[in-house]
Design a protein around this ligand. Structure first.
Ligand SMILES: Cc1cc2nc3c(=O)[nH]c(=O)nc-3n(C[C@H](O)[C@H](O)[C@H](O)COP(=O)(O)OP(=O)(O)OC[C@H]3O[C@@H](n4cnc5c(N)ncnc54)[C@H](O)[C@@H]3O)c2cc1C
Length: 209
């Protein structure tokens, strides 16, 4: 941060054609921020077909309802494209100028590219918002911690010994332990982990759990 409150080397979308690859919540945040920076255009690309505006309740219950989600960021303005794949980043002299896209057809859960449907989309800035895979593995490997099947740090939330990793005196909480989640979970885990550390150091704790 510089003295005038600006971030150093901040990625800015001012006056740029922005393409956001990924139609989820993170993509939606990229759309909103780009608009507020003053982007010339914002286009969000989603691999999956456009979901219905209303979910089919009997079909999806008790699972998370599949329906079109339009956030306030989308309402502020952007092009939303569904069933579209990105084939190529195009540039001149090391500078991105466009992306090549292709239409997709989905049948029985499989996608195929529609022949001849390639398009060139102007792009000065591309955001990859294609999903959280796991915490950065090099950090976890440097610590030498055991991981769970999804590549998160393995640590339980049990009453005794909770949040302790496989490495002595190393505790983990929040997204790095449970995977991509929500602020409320990070707060809860942070508080519980603090108590677990206190118990480990002092033998008992009066901190709330
Ligand atoms: C784009 C986006 C939008 C989101 N929107 C929402 C939302 O609307 N509502 C919601 O509830 N949740 C949202 N989430 C999820 C939420 O941000 C996370 O669940 C939450 O921040 C996890 O908290 P955490 O403390 O576990 O990890 P983080 O908040 O990721 O904190 C980890 C910190 O560790 C620092 N760090 C990393 N490596 C090192 C190192 N080597 N040394 C020192 N520090 C290091 C990082 O810089 C970071 O500050 C969103 C997430 C993203 C990515």
């Amino acid at each position: 941060m510089t003295r005038d409150g600006k971030l150093k080397n901040q990625i800015r979308a001012d006056g740029k054609h922005v393409v956001v690859i990924g139609g989820g919540d993170t993509g939606s945040d990229c759309v909103g921020t780009s608009n507020r920076h003053g982007a010339l255009s914002v286009t969000q690309l989603e691999l999956m077909p456009m979901p219905p505006e209303q979910e089919n309740k009997p079909l999806v219950w008790p699972y998370w309802p599949l329906k079109l989600r339009t956030s306030s960021s989308h309402q502020e303005g952007c092009e939303r494209e569904f069933a579209i794949g990105t084939k190529e980043f195009i540039g001149e002299k090391g500078q991105l100028t466009a992306v090549k896209t292709v239409r997709l057809e989905w049948k029985d859960g499989k996608m195929t590219e529609v022949p001849g449907s390639e398009q060139i989309l102007k792009a000065d800035l591309v955001f990859l918002a294609m999903g959280f895979v796991s915490p950065v593995q090099t950090v976890l490997d440097a610590f030498g911690v055991d991981k769970d099947a999804r590549g998160n740090v393995k640590a339980s939330t049990d009453l005794l010994g909770g949040y302790a990793t496989s490495v002595p005196k190393l505790f983990a909480a929040g997204d790095i332990r449970r995977g991509q989640s929500l602020v409320v979970w990070a707060i809860r885990e942070g508080r519980q982990a603090a108590r677990a550390v206190d118990e480990f150091l002092m033998g008992a704790s009066t901190l709330p759990r």
